[in-house]
Every structure is written in C-alpha cells, then in structure tokens.
Design a protein around this ligand. Sequence first.
Ligand SMILES: [Zn+2]
Ligand SMILES: [Zn+2]
Ligand SMILES: [Zn+2]
Length: 302
Amino acid sequence: MVAPTRARRPGAPLPGAVGERDDPAGCPFCEGRESSTPPETFALGPPGRPPDTPGWRVRVVPNKFPAFGPWPRDGDRPESLFAHRAAVGRQEVVVHSPRHLRTIADLGSRELELVAEVWQARAAAAREAGFPYVHALVNEGAGAGASLAHSHSQLVWLEEEPPFVAQEREAQGAAGGCLLCRVLAEEREQRIRVVEERDGMLLLCPFAGRQPYELLAAPLDCEADPFTSTRLGEALLLAADGVRRLRIAEGPVPLNLWLHAGGHWHLEVLPRLGILAGIELGAGYFINTMAPESAAGVLRES
Ligand SMILES: [Zn+2]
Ligand SMILES: [Zn+2]
Ligand SMILES: [Zn+2]
C-alpha cells in the first residue's frame, strides 16, 4: 500500500534498536586488531601471509554470537523448538576491507569484486561441508541490526533454502516460466522504476516495494546460482551504487541487503526509513510512504 501522506522519517534512528558501536580506535575488524576476533577461516591476501596478521584485503571469521548452531553439546539442542531444520548451520562474518569504512557505498569497485569472490569461495566450502544454501546479507546501521560499524557481511550456512526463498521460487515457477525474467523485461521497457542498467544487470525500485527506496539488483539473463556466476561482483557494485545514491538523497540510512539464490538470483536492499508495525508484521500489508516510481526518480537524479 502506498501512502505518501504518512510522515516519512528520513534517516531517523529507530527507537529501541541495538546500539551500534562505532569506535575506530577499538574496532576489532580494522587491520592490526586480528587478535580481537576468533581465528580467521579464510582471507584474501599476499601469498605466505600467516593467518590473523595484517596484510589481508578481505577477511572471514566465525560470528562470535551466532544465531544458528552448532550447539555446544548435542543435548543442548532443543529439537522440538525448531520448526525448520535448516536452523542448524554456521555463521561467518566477512570483513570487507582493512580500512574502517562504514558502508558498502564507500567500498571501491575492486574491493566489492573481492567481496563477491570471497562469498563464492565460502559458499563452495559450505557446500563441501554439507550446507547447500548460503544466506548472504549485509546489515548497515544500528537501526538495521548492525552491532559494529565497520563494513561487513554475514554468511549463514544452511542445510536447506530458507522459507522466503522457497516461497519466491514457487511463486516464480507458478507464473509459468520465470516471473522475474518477465518483470525485468517489462521494467526495462517502461523505464519508470529503473534506476540504472549496466552490463546486462538492472537496478530498480520494485513495483511492490515494502519501504521507501527498496531496491532490487538482478541479471537480465535467468541465472540460478550466484555463487558460480561471473556477475555477482557486478550485482554488488550496482547495489552499492544504489546505496550511494540513497545517501546523496537522504543521508546515511540504516539498511539490510541480502542475496536470494532460489530461482532467478538477485540482491534486495531494504532501507529502514519506516517502522514495521502491527499492520506489516501481523497482517503482511506493507505501508510504503513513497511510491517506487518516485523513489526511482529521486535515485536516478542523485
Ligand atoms: Zn574498523
Ligand atoms: Zn528468470
Ligand atoms: Zn527475493
């Protein structure tokens, strides 16, 4: 539901959100503080660099506070509480840069390409370890759940695709042929909600956007697996471009970004300019205070 008359709260911090720490002097993700994190599981850096020492470009460490298992002891796992058995996996943190940058919008294109490379390398490791689905996500800002400001992403290793991805894949298939392919072709022709097109990729404000400036980045070609695609880096670049435009238009905005790998893969960016309340969470109706057409217009100009 588009309700532009409702007050929008650009950049307003959400009340009650977990406080984000932004203390560059004590940041555990900055180069030189490798001992403040659990031992790294992977890193891109010069050959021969010893683990957990400076010199890396992108660094992967286990999440210190994982929401997903493994549980410390077998007996600790309350089976009956899990409606979804995929809730057992691993959670890794990908530190995007040795520099203390606060948003993917500040990463250079080479840095974003390296992040994509690391997502792919870790997804391959996850598959080898028996976790076929990897949920990749970025939280930016305390209002979007980030507890550290230094730009990073998370990789959640899962035994099966999560419920939203399964729903999307089924909906795409039910339309007879790929629904996203059709949507992208129409959007590309109409050019109302498109923000940018580059190298066979589209960045747009989707028709049924839930929040102001919601973004979707996808390859025009129907590709199923982002982790073997040569275009994942390009998609991240495009999404980062969208975030950069958003910052120009509205200032720093808390946001969530995630990758959906079921069916036609894509990135979704959900800026958190509104509060999800009883209508959104209870009924599943999203009240968007800004029409996607207007949002795309603002972002194109930014
Ligand atoms: Zn830092
Ligand atoms: Zn498709
Ligand atoms: Zn999706």
